[in-house]
Design a protein around this ligand. Structure first.
Ligand code: KIV
Length: 307
């Protein structure tokens, strides 16, 4: 049985721009917030047209698009390049740019400047950064420059070496208490929302219920105010591994590979391009061209080339 097509929500031309007020209202009214990642124009456009609330240009870019082993090598320039493409594709969704490793850890001044670049040069409307209480002062400075900040707690991929790999967090009581304290610190520092990654679902729900700002979960259960996934995981486009918490809505990688193999076979067999893919030239113009071509002196192009 073929899958029933799911109607897209009102297209982005009919949809009002999503703002921080809408996200806050969604939490108050218990309406789930939807967030996914995008790194390019067509994906941003499709997500926006489907009715997504928030597009995150995640530094997962490094792994799923640029082929790095983790997110640590991603640079500000790479992030801004992809943010601009996403900003050109999206109209209604709220746009968040992920601050890459070492763009906000060295000094508060540098962090504010880099956060500003996401808005000025990348077309984003907010930034996201990883970490708990140790980031509170930096977040306060960015927010007081007028830049909305989304926090990120739990499995924070920029700290994988410190965390000992991509492992769930907050499974022991003391660690869980620390995460709750961190969540409160980030809210106090001015974050408008928090990503909670790879946490036990009861802990994520508890944190969510005790915060005024919305939480967006990834591998943190259904008790968060919203959900996010890496779009390449959702589409089955990332072939290295699929985290347990991912639901794959499509398997595009094998489809892509099959389409490429078919193209290669068609070109090799001479079945592409066919007549329907070729441009026609008016017969009179063609005959005129042939007469002109045949009257050219064989030495003509050599003389032009040496001039
Ligand atoms: O970089 C990213 O895509 C993220 C999400 C997983 C939240 O930080």
């Amino acid at each position: 049985m073929s899958a029933q097509p799911i109607p897209a929500q009102p297209s982005s031309t009919e949809r009002k721009k999503i703002t921080l007020t809408d996200l806050r209202r969604k939490k108050e009214q218990g309406q789930p917030i939807t967030m996914l990642t995008a790194y390019d124009y067509p994906t941003a456009k499709a997500l926006d047209e489907a009715g997504l609330d928030v597009i995150l240009v995640g530094d997962s870019l490094g792994m799923v698009v640029l082929g790095y082993p983790n997110t640590l090598q991603v640079t500000m320039e790479e992030m801004l390049h992809h943010c601009r493409a996403v900003a050109r594709g999206a109209r209604a969704a709220f746009l968040v740019g992920d601050m890459p490793f070492m763009s906000y850890q060295v000094s508060i001044q540098e962090a504010v400047r880099n956060a500003g670049r996401f808005l000025q040069e990348g077309g984003m409307e907010a930034v996201k950064l990883e970490g708990g209480r140790e980031r509170a002062e930096t977040i306060r400075a960015i927010v007081s420059a007028g830049i909305p900040v989304m926090g990120h707690l739990g499995l924070t991929p920029q700290s994988i070496h410190q965390l000992g790999g991509f492992r769930p967090q907050g499974r022991h009581a003391e660690e869980a208490r620390r995460l709750l304290e961190d969540a409160h610190c980030l809210q106090e520092a001015g974050c408008f929302s928090l990503v909670l990654e790879s946490l036990p679902h009861r802990l994520a729900a508890y944190i969510t219920q005790h915060l005024e700002i919305p939480t967006i979960g990834i591998g943190a259960g259904a008790g968060c105010d919203g959900q996010v996934l890496v779009t390449h995981d959702l589409l089955g486009l990332f072939d290295r591994f699929t985290p347990r918490f991912v639901k794959q809505y499509a398997q595009l990688y094998p489809l892509m590979r099959a389409a490429f193999a078919q193209y290669i076979a068609d070109v090799q067999a001479g079945t592409f391009p066919g007549q329907e893919h070729s441009l026609e030239m008016n017969e009179e113009e063609w005959q005129s061209f042939l007469r002109q071509a045949e009257s050219l002196s064989p030495k003509w192009w050599t003389e032009v080339a040496v001039k």
